[in-house]
Ligand binder design. Structure first.
Ligand SMILES: [Zn+2]
Length: 183
């Protein structure tokens, strides 16, 4: 839990809640991985589909975290959906930014890690495993039409702006009231 919360944090949380609900809409059930069926899905993804290895560097025997392949943010608008989840070790779970100051896509991220670890020959196998998981695995990610992807992007961006604006107007309201009280 962050100790210092900004209007941007509030707006980002709202966007993630929206992407979670839309993911569940396509999944047709809850995907709260802290318990129940969704937790089993996560364990299956981690231990069976990816055989207990980091999807990016292949390390095993370390704590693996949930990575959203199509990023769960305002850059890529990835849904919280099992087809978008892969296990990643702690260092690989941090996306670096490219020259345009944008986060790298999962494919670029994988390529950078394979190059850095001098395991370029592993790139294609790892890429194929992730790609199959997204496209045709037991939990295939919804095949969104261009219209659906655009709608998600527009609504999420709008939600972000509205939350930020609401927050700022609450601060202004407080300042105005405070001035009234002083009089
Ligand atoms: Zn890793």
């Amino acid at each position: 839990m962050a100790l210092y919360n900004t209007p941007y944090d509030a707006a980002n949380t709202a966007v993630r809640a929206f992407l979670t609900k839309i993911g569940e809409y396509y999944l047709e059930r809850s995907f709260n991985t802290s318990s129940g069926l969704a937790k089993k899905d996560w364990l299956k993804i981690r231990d069976e589909i990816f055989e207990g290895c980091c999807a990016y560097c292949g390390v095993s025997g370390v704590k693996l975290q949930m990575d959203h392949l199509i990023m769960f943010n305002r850059q890529e608008f990835g849904l919280h959906h099992p087809g978008n989840i892969a296990p990643a070790c702690s260092p690989c779970n941090k996306r670096t930014k490219n020259n345009n100051r944008k986060y790298n896509s999962w494919e670029n991220h994988l390529s950078i890690i394979c190059e850095r670890n001098k395991s370029k020959e592993q790139f294609f196998d790892r890429w194929k495993r992730i790609k199959q998981h997204i496209d045709e695995g037991d939990f295939a990610y919804p095949k969104l039409t261009e219209g659906e992807s655009k709608a998600i992007k527009i609504i999420a961006s709008n939600l972000y702006e509205r939350i930020k604006t609401e927050f700022e107007s609450s601060i202004e309201l407080y300042q105005e009231l405070d001035k009234e009280f002083i009089k």
